[in-house]
Design a protein around this ligand. Structure first.
Ligand code: PLP
Length: 421
């Protein structure tokens, strides 16, 4: 559920007309709803209500905007970070270090030092060489790093290949079959405090079965490790729960159904459970607002050329992702159209032959469910300034990331001496 609704024929986000934001900030612009963020945190937390003090660490990469993170921090969420930059952003937004988990296959010694300095809750290690490096870094600082190994359970998440992470051929985690040996080696590293097991098999999962298969393997490993004398106190079940994008497809399992499965599978595990939801918290809380530049005739259907492009919202060209595209002020007619951006790539296509509201030059359209992996993946290809972001709360709204002037983009480069004058 979200808070983008039509009132008197025009789309509002909470109590703010989308058109008012477009007029004041220009387009394209990302718009986020505080009420939707709050609701999703509540729904997710309620779904895990019967667990004892779970750590819910928001996957920062889904939406690292400071105002979004500060909203989630106020709601008590922690953070799952995958870089030193995300760690500093999470801390700057008010997320306490003891609620931060550091994931990712390529943590550098510098990033490890930064995280140890801040005293984060857990490092999720993804290989034995990484464990050795972290131990050395921690020892050099006179510390012991709290760690889990991310295991690769070799289950097929049934999602798009580019967002599957739990198959043996993927780069993530240590092989499940070798886990006991990897843990035994980690125990001998004096800079590590081995406290947990972690898993994350992919994103936009629309079936609970692969998650259940992965969690069952985690449970078996927790038991085997404790049997082998490891003091395992945490199990991090990752993120990955899907959200509805295409209303024509079956709705993904609800957080309640996910929570029911988690509580059933993990019953009696002697650990604190951790979760790393990203998309399910922010996905439906955001829309990308764009204006139609012009409509051009096409072979089969007209091309609706909008002022947002693949540099603003990469998911359709990267993952063949589907976003609902709605007129902000629908005229009541629908027809097939191709929705494209102005970037000089055929991949800069949001939809082909889409049955949608009829729109004309100057109209506003909203790309729905764009709060996750939207602005965070934006770039400046075709020398397009980064997309601005707005946060709405009730009848209030604020620009939480301004559109940089093109001059700032140009000034970022410099011309070497030998080319000057
Ligand atoms: C991306 C990621 C997540 C979040 O995934 P969602 O599908 O957005 O819930 C969680 N954990 C790790 C390790 C990730 O890389």
């Amino acid at each position: 559920m979200d808070h983008f609704d039509y009132v008197d024929g025009a789309m509002q986000v909470e109590q703010v007309p989308m058109a008012a934001i477009a007029d004041a900030v220009g387009t394209p612009v990302y718009v986020y709803s505080t009420a939707t963020l709050t609701r999703h945190v509540g729904v997710f937390r309620d779904a895990l209500g019967s667990l004892d003090n779970p750590l819910i660490a928001f996957a920062v990469k889904a939406n690292p905007n400071a105002a979004v993170l500060a909203t989630l921090a106020k709601l008590g969420l922690g953070a799952d970070v995958v870089s030193g930059g995300e760690l500093l952003r999470a801390i700057a937004a008010g997320i306490p270090a003891d609620r931060i988990v550091f994931s990712g296959v390529g943590k550098t010694a510098e990033e490890m030092r930064l995280a140890l300095d801040h005293g984060i809750f857990q490092f999720n290690l993804e290989s034995e060489p990484e464990a050795e490096m972290l131990s050395e870094v921690a020892l050099s600082m006179g510390k012991r790093a709290p760690v889990a190994y991310r295991i690769n359970p070799d289950v097929d998440a049934g999602t798009h290949a580019k967002i599957s992470t739990g198959k043996s051929e993927n780069k993530f985690g240590i092989p499940y079959d070798r886990a006991l040996e990897s843990y035994a080696a980690a125990r001998d590293l004096p800079g590590l405090d081995v406290q947990g097991v972690a898993v994350h098999i992919g994103s936009q999962l629309t079936d609970l079965a692969p998650l259940e298969a992965a969690f069952t393997k985690v449970g078996a490993l927790v038991a085997a490790l404790r049997e082998a004398g490891h003091d395992i106190r945490t199990a991090d079940l990752g993120g990955g729960l899907g959200v509805p994008y295409d209303p024509a497809l079956p709705v993904p399992p609800s957080p309640a159904a996910y929570g029911e499965m988690v509580c059933r599978v993990t019953q009696g595990w002697p650990v604190r459970l951790m979760f790393e939801p990203g998309r399910v918290i922010v996905g439906n809380a955001g829309a990308l607002l764009s204006r139609v530049v012009r409509v051009k005739q096409g072979a089969q259907a007209p091309f609706v050329i909008v002022d947002a492009a693949m540099n603003d919202l990469l998911r359709p060209s990267l993952y063949d992702a589907w976003h609902d595209i709605r007129a902000v002020t629908p005229v009541g007619q629908r027809a097939a159209a191709n929705v494209v951006g102005p970037v000089c790539e055929t991949g800069d296509t949001f939809a082909m032959g889409r049955d949608m509201d009829v729109v004309a030059a100057g109209d506003l359209v909203a790309f729905m469910t764009a709060g996750a992996y939207g602005a965070t993946m934006a770039g400046t290809y075709n020398s397009r300034p980064l997309t601005p972001e707005v946060l709405v709360s009730g009848d209030k709204w604020a620009v939480v990331r301004a559109r940089p002037p093109i001059e700032a983009l140009i000034a970022g480069d410099s011309i070497p001496d030998w080319l000057a004058d």
